[in-house]
Design a protein around this ligand. Structure first.
Ligand code: PLP
Length: 375
């Protein structure tokens, strides 16, 4: 299946997907059909094993229609009881989004806001939990896609476990590319979606949860559609969704999981993404671009670059010119600094990174910005 007529997406999702993943959607399955129910059951089990847990070990997985944010909102609006208190660790727009969800549902929240280029400090988090015993839940973003920074989910998980807090991790843009052990990291709820590092198409999010924790969420939901407990009950009782499932998206996802396995699982995918990142980072540095995040905190999912200081630089023109050449990059979302982002994920390989770098060099040339040629 040739899909090279499409532009390459250097974005954090939707991503460039394989032709075989797209063609897996060319099938109509009834949502009550056994073939479909078996697919869903198998996807749910495979997701758990990616997080190094299983149903037997006390974990479960729940699929929810919609984009990633629907999964986050399902957790926030179903997991926290009326008298709960959520601590949110914020260092970018996705942390802010959780805060906004909590506000809409009138959930008591404490916000710990860190600079966008710094990770939440576990020492300060411990102090906060020590100082305010009313906190019941803690939420953090794994890869804060705003900047690509990697937050210390293991260290914060240790503290949550010590203080017996329910721990919620938005692993949307990292799951499938960063190894995660839910049990070792003391995670109660982990959220990701179909269209990030598992390289499926957009259409659903999924929540991996400790079964004991999800059992406490009955009658806590603040919406009907995003009731995580009811969704779990439905999937557990007859393998079915409460409302129309995205059947085609699930077929594509099952295929995407096969392709992840063929690549060597999370470890194999991590190697390819890391290579993409390293090539990109080196090539951009040679052209004079500076990364926003300091080396120790950088991830390999998405990379945030400062705008060049050249007076003629306009991001809109830069973006359009690259898009005309077949490469889609991503704008920045920082509150203070002018940056743009380039994703390293999806069906992107080293040859694509080389082509992107060449296109960037050509584009800069069009604006009279000359950069030294690669040695
Ligand atoms: C992509 C992403 C989301 C969800 O975004 P949607 O547009 O709703 O799919 C949430 N958190 C993080 C960290 C993300 O990267």
């Amino acid at each position: 299946m040739g899909n090279r007529v499409d532009k390459l997406l250097f974005t954090p999702g939707p991503l460039t997907t394989s032709g075989t993943v797209k063609s897996a959607m060319l099938q109509d399955l009834g949502s009550r059909d056994n073939a479909f129910i078996e697919k869903v059951t198998s996807i749910r089990a495979r997701l758990l094993s990616m997080a190094n847990v299983s149903a037997a070990a006390g974990y479960t997985s729940i699929i929810i229609q919609g984009s990633g944010t629907f999964g986050i909102e399902a957790v926030i609006s179903s997991a926290i009881p009326a008298n709960g208190h959520l601590l949110i660790l914020i260092n970018g727009v996705y942390g802010e989004r959780i805060s906004k969800i909590a506000s809409i549902h009138k959930i008591l929240q404490t916000r710990m806001v860190f600079p966008e280029n710094q990770i939440p400090d576990p020492i300060l988090v411990r102090q906060m939990l020590e100082q305010d015993p009313t906190i019941t839940h803690v939420a953090i973003i794994h890869c804060e896609t705003t900047t690509g920074i990697i937050n210390p989910i293991e260290a914060i998980g240790e503290i949550c476990s010590e203080y017996r807090k329910t721990y919620i991790v938005d692993a949307m843009s990292s799951f499938g590319a960063y190894p995660v052990d839910m049990e070792a990291s003391h995670i109660d709820f982990l959220i990701s979606s179909s269209n990030k590092c598992i390289e499926g198409v957009p259409g659903f999010s999924f929540v991996l949860a400790r079964t004991e924790t999800i059992k406490t969420c009955e009658n806590q939901a603040r919406t009907l559609t995003l009731d995580l407990f009811a969704q779990w009950k439905g999937l557990e009782s007859d393998g079915q969704f409460r409302f129309t499932p995205p059947t085609h998206v699930l077929l594509a996802f099952a295929r995407a999981m096969d392709e992840l396995d063929q690549e060597g699982g999370v470890a194999g995918r991590m190697l390819r993404y890391k290579e993409n990142y390293e090539l990109l980072s080196e090539g951009m540095l040679q052209m004079g671009f500076k990364e926003y995040i300091e080396p120790g905190n950088r991830g390999y999912i998405i990379t945030c670059f400062h705008y060049p200081t050249h007076p003629d630089f306009s991001f809109r023109n830069f973006y359009n010119s690259l898009s005309d050449k077949g490469f889609v990059i991503y704008p920045g979302k920082l509150s203070q600094v002018d940056c743009f982002r380039i994703g390293n994920i999806g069906q992107i390989r080293s040859t694509d990174i080389h082509r992107l770098l060449l296109a960037i060099r050509t584009t800069l040339g069009e604006y009279g910005i000359t950069v030294p040629l690669q040695p």
